[in-house]
Design a protein around this ligand. Sequence first.
Ligand code: HEC
Length: 148
Amino acid sequence: MKLRFRSLFLILTLALLVVGLAACSETAQTDKTPDASALAAFQAEPATNNGDATKGIQVFGRMPCLTCHTVSGMNGGPPQAAAPTLDHIGTNAATRVPGVTAAQYIRHAILKPDDLTIPEYHNVMPSFSTSLSQTDLDNLVAYLLTLK
Ligand code: HEC
């Protein structure tokens, strides 16, 4: 009898631990606000973009973006679990971080993806800060802004 109580106590303790851990990871995942230095970095990017979207499609095709992301009409298919779809990124980008424009958000996502805090996704995107010229970056951002 005594032993049974003890194992019941053990099971309860374990169950509480599991629930507690689940609650913690949930709060971490739903917190979309970047820290102050990341926010400043987003806001330091140019607020508007005047790249060439048509040339940006070529940059997009040349870079490995579509190995992780999906865009309807490009690689179509169902959204991959590993990365958010870029369909509507031109619209969504304006709402991701309060006080940050769509152009700032997309440019910074490409240059410093570690600053992204999208619930349900992990920080696995590599930075493209050294593999894109300023012109290619402007054009790529211009193209992504057209995905409304
Ligand atoms: C290795 C996989 C991988 C590659 C390659 C990759 N990304 Fe990403 N990307 C991700 C993941 C994962 C996220 C979500 C990141 C997070 O929350 O930290 C993301 C996020 C983004 C976002 C923000 C999306 C949103 O909905 O807010 C943009 C924009 C983006 N990527 C653009 C690009 C572009 C452009 C390229 C190519 C130059 C690229 N990515 C290449 C995995 C990748």
